[in-house]
Ligand binder design. Structure first.
Ligand code: F6P
Length: 546
């Protein structure tokens, strides 16, 4: 579209100057002291998600320069091109329209086909749910989703996150790994007459999924299962291959839905089975509300835009190589894994849209664990390690989980207190990261566990926290289908924004191809032992493995 690459703009040069003058040594404690209104100014309300960006390593001037960068790079026009269905995935010649999957009828491209499949899928869902948990043959108690990557991670993340909404008669299982242990451990728990297998694959050619699907079908027949048509459904763009596999009940989607953006499509079937139609619609509506915010909010109040700009600032100026996502909500425990594919498969690229090598860094490494568990594992390094790693805290005001039956008032009180324990921990970590602790303060403290053989001054050095470690806090009122939809859409758009600024195609994934091709060559060699033409390390390892 003729917009300059980020590093070839006037704003980039201005940012570089600003970084040298103020950005490199920015101290959060100082900027808070200098700007009493910082918290108010940097609190951004988007649909369902409030974000406190005050503990981000930036100041108002940084944000001005970043917004200039967005304008100079034509970010709003690029966003509009994405949303209107232009071919923005050039290397595959495709539009990218996951937003159309959650738009109301008639409001986006391809509306008719989207709503035809959605209606058909939700009618199927309601039929299954009507008798789910029953004991008569054919009544479903267990849903096994067989898929990998984008055909697994969304449903696998959403179903536990919305546990409170899940049909009580249904258990959900997710099988993805080529390792047969994954499938075997699930098959031990289910019965053929009461199980619905969902074979989820955009291409219907993915090696792991096909292997697991074939094994599941064999198990079903071996166990006396009779009605494959009733117990196996497919969610795919490749209806022909699904039919060739023997599956007649198929819910389709289209090549303009990227795998990692597909939980809103038929790939969301396990989500819909778990939550029911109206909750699935609510999830779509939450995502659509975020789409509208992304499409229309002014740049300076547009949360996905601001976060994407922050990602570029962090990666290319502050030099941060990773970010930690810490959801303080047990249900969101699979969110970091989901976001890993979204962010790293999208933006882990080293060439621009024309194939020219990039002279700057792109995707960071995203990782994380739910709080408070992470605090007892890797937070030590976040507080006192030599690398600065920005942390994203996700806090949820009201707990929402399915409580055990017959709760006494005493039990209710205890669980309520636990939610405050959770929230206080999240707040405390952000505080500790930013404020740290000086050696002088450490020296004043009485530490019964400290060695008596070391000088208190030396101990105090170990108990010092540098502080000035950045974080951002996102707050949801409650984890509901609507708010989760909005949260995921926020991360999707943010990923697009940083990718667009870097000038890369965030929608292809050629980097996974090479390993797949080499695997095809190696597979028969494990049986035959033929190592001719292989490199020495691989040949030696094959010899050991046989
Ligand atoms: O890992 C590569 C990838 O193509 C992902 O992008 C995709 O989500 C996953 O494989 C699964 O692909 P499919 O849905 O076609 O089985």
């Amino acid at each position: 579209m003729g917009y300059p690459r980020c590093d070839q703009t006037v704003a980039w040069s201005a940012l570089s100057g600003h970084f040298e003058a103020h950005g490199r040594d920015l101290d959060l404690r100082q900027v808070f002291a200098d700007n009493p209104g910082r918290v108010q100014r940097l609190g951004i309300q988007a649909p369902e998600v409030f974000a406190d960006l005050s503990r981000v390593h930036w100041d108002v001037a940084t944000m001005h320069h970043l917004l200039d960068l967005a304008r100079e790079c034509g970010l709003e026009a690029r966003r509009d091109a994405l949303l209107s269905g232009e071919v923005v995935n050039q290397t595959e010649g495709r539009a990218v329209l996951h937003t159309a999957l959650r738009a109301p009828r008639g409001a986006a491209p391809h509306s008719e086909q989207v709503h035809e499949v959605l209606d058909r899928m939700l009618a199927f869902v309601e039929r299954v749910r009507m008798t789910a948990g029953g004991t008569a043959p054919g009544q479903i108690t267990d849903v096994v989703n067989i898929g990998i990557g984008g055909s697994d991670l969304g449903p696998q993340m959403v179903v536990p996150a919305l546990d409170a909404y899940v049909h009580p008669g249904l258990n959900f299982h997710f099988v993805s790994n080529a390792d047969g242990q994954d499938l075997a451990s699930v098959l031990r728990k289910v019965r053929p007459d009461h199980t619905l297998f969902v074979v989820a694959s955009k291409t219907f050619t993915t090696q792991e999924t096909m292997a697991n699907a074939q094994a599941a079908r064999q198990w079903f027949l071996d166990q006396g299962g009779k009605d494959i048509a009733r117990h196996f459904v497919a969610t795919t763009t490749n209806v022909e291959l699904a039919a060739a596999f023997g599956i007649s009940q198929t819910f389709g989607f289209w090549d303009w839905v990227g795998g990692r953006f597909s939980m809103w499509s038929a790939i969301g079937l396990p989500i819909a089975l778990a939550l029911g139609s109206s909750n699935f619609h609510a999830m779509l509506a939450g995502a659509h509300a975020m789409d509208e915010h992304f499409a229309h909010a002014p740049l300076k109040a547009n949360l996905p835009m601001l976060l994407g700009l922050m990602d570029v600032w962090y990666r290319n100026f502050k030099g941060y190589t990773s970010r930690c996502v810490a959801p303080y909500h047990h249900g969101l425990r699979r969110l970091p894994a989901y976001l890993q594919q979204l962010v790293m498969e999208s933006n882990g690229k080293g060439v621009d849209a024309c194939g020219e090598p990039l002279p700057y860094a792109t995707s960071d490494v995203l990782w994380g664990e739910p709080g408070t568990n992470g605090q007892h594992a890797f937070f030590q390094m976040l507080h006192q390690g030599t690398d600065v790693i920005p942390v994203e805290f996700l806090l949820v005001k009201h707990a929402s989980y399915r409580a055990p039956s017959a709760m006494t008032p005493a039990m209710l009180t205890l669980l309520g207190q636990q939610h405050h324990v959770l929230l206080a921990n999240g707040l405390a970590q952000a505080q500790a990261l930013m404020w740290g602790k000086s050696a002088e303060d450490a020296l004043q403290e009485h530490v019964p566990t400290a060695s008596k053989d070391m000088a208190p001054e030396a101990i105090a050095k170990h108990r010092t926290f540098p502080g000035n470690r950045p974080s951002l806090t996102m707050l949801l009122d409650e984890v509901t289908p609507r708010s989760l939809g909005a949260l995921v859409a926020l991360y999707e758009h943010r990923t697009f924004v940083s990718g667009a600024l870097w000038g890369i195609n965030s929608f292809d994934q050629w980097g996974v191809e090479l390993g797949k091709a080499l695997c095809k060559d190696l597979l028969p060699r494990l049986t035959s032992g033929d190592t001719s033409g292989l490199d020495a390390a691989t040949a030696a390892m094959i010899a050991r493995l046989r």
